[in-house]
Design a protein around this ligand. Structure first.
Ligand code: GTP
Ligand code: MG
Length: 370
């Protein structure tokens, strides 16, 4: 049910909050300005003041991200977004580091100077791949719960000397639930006791049928430590990405997803955004969750200041009003008035959800005292 605080209603009516409280009292309702009243009560109150009622619905204010589907002819190929998952100590971080080491561009630029929650690797064939730094299963699920299904491909890391473990199976289930294609990286093949074939067999029990077992899930034997077969893994990703025909419209107002966000001592609120579509530019005005802002600076995953960030690009955004939550959507809007309107509407909604209580009428007040 829709609800509004007396305070917010008084603002919209241009009347004093105290006058509203007084009138509510006359209507047998004991409410303070910070409390919430339901839409019907608000309507009665507004009429009592001789104002005309205009209910603003969510559809009038909210950004409709489904409304403007990008027409086919505006779509251009984009890089795949890849998340690495797997059991503790099976080598997720090592594999990410090793893959990052293959980045030809980063190599030329003198290595990666900065770590953010997502980064782009350019392969020797010139293909770009965006990796989300192992967000953990909880973050993955949480982002999915927010409707932020940003991952195109999951790499399931399984240590060849350890086999399928609880978190491996959890990762399989999460990936299936998300409907995302998987590539199995059988890691640590350099170790004594590594038994990749056993892993392929065990995967069958969880309905993951790899190519070597005549299925269609790609599997690659790797060693993150010895840097074995990393190119094969990158090829497998490129092949899977090709099948997905990933595209986005780069020529529109940007939309992105918060990968991580923090309050930086020197720079203020900073969010790592993965651009989903459109191109984010310095100077753009945006809303993200209940926060708004204007892009003051964009910093790419190599620590370099950039003017723009297109689809599938991870970028740090400076110029936020506050710290948003991971999984929230950033939307570029026309102007600051619009940004404030959406942000304050969302704040209002969030507040009334927190404080939504039935206003006590005099009867219940007195019976409570008796
Ligand atoms: P968590 O983040 O704790 O879940 O672990 P992780 O999956 O990120 O594993 P991490 O990369 O930290 O590796 C765990 C241990 O395995 C480290 O000691 C690595 O050096 C080792 N390791 C990772 N890959 C390989 C490999 O290919 N071969 C060998 N021999 N050791 C490896
Ligand atoms: Mg790790």
């Amino acid at each position: 049910p829709e609800a509004i605080t007396v305070q917010e209603l008084s603002k919209r009516m241009g009347e004093k909050g105290a006058d509203l409280v007084k009138t509510l009292f006359k209507m047998d309702m004991m409410v303070t300005v910070n409390q919430t009243i339901d839409a019907d009560t608000a309507e009665l109150l507004v009429e009592e003041f001789g104002h005309i009622v205009k209910r603003v619905s969510e559809a009038d204010v909210e950004i409709d991200t489904n409304k403007d589907v990008d027409p086919e002819e505006t779509l251009k190929p984009r890089a795949p977004v890849v998340t690495i998952m797997g059991h503790v100590d099976h080598g997720k971080t090592s594999l990410l580091d090793a893959l990052r080491g293959t980045d030809v561009v980063a190599g030329e630029a003198g290595g990666i100077t900065q770590h953010i929650g997502a980064y782009k690797v350019t392969t020797k064939d010139g293909a770009e791949i965006t990796f989300l730094d192992t967000p953990g299963h909880e973050a993955f699920t949480e982002m999915r719960a927010r409707g932020a299904n940003v991952t195109d491909i999951v790499i399931l890391v399984v240590a060849a000397d350890d086999g399928l473990m609880p978190q491996t199976i959890e990762a399989i289930n999460h990936t299936k639930a998300a409907g995302v294609p998987m590539i199995v990286a059988i890691n640590k093949i350099d170790k004594d006791g590594a038994n990749p074939q056993k892993i392929r067999e065990r995967l069958l029990e969880h309905e993951v049928i790899v190519e070597a077992m005549s299925g269609d899930v790609q599997d690659v034997e790797v060693s993150a430590l010895k840097k074995l077969n990393l190119d094969k893994l990158l090829d497998a990703i490129a092949l899977q990405a090709e099948l997905l025909e990933l595209k986005a419209n780069p020529d529109r107002a940007a939309e992105g997803t918060v990968v991580e966000a923090k309050l930086d001592k020197g720079r203020g609120p900073v969010a790592t955004i993965l651009v989903n579509r459109g191109t984010l530019k310095v100077g753009d005005v945006f809303v993200v969750g209940t926060e708004s802002g204007k892009v003051r600076a964009l910093i790419d995953d190599k620590g370099k200041q950039v003017k723009t960030a297109g689809p599938a690009s991870p970028v740090e955004v400076l110029g936020l009003s506050g710290v948003p939550s991971a999984g929230e959507t950033l939307s570029v809007v026309e102007n600051e008035a619009r940004a404030r309107e959406v942000a304050s509407y969302r704040q209002e909604q969030a507040t009334s959800r927190r404080t939504a209580i039935a206003p006590a009428n005099l009867d219940t007040m007195f019976s409570a005292l008796a």
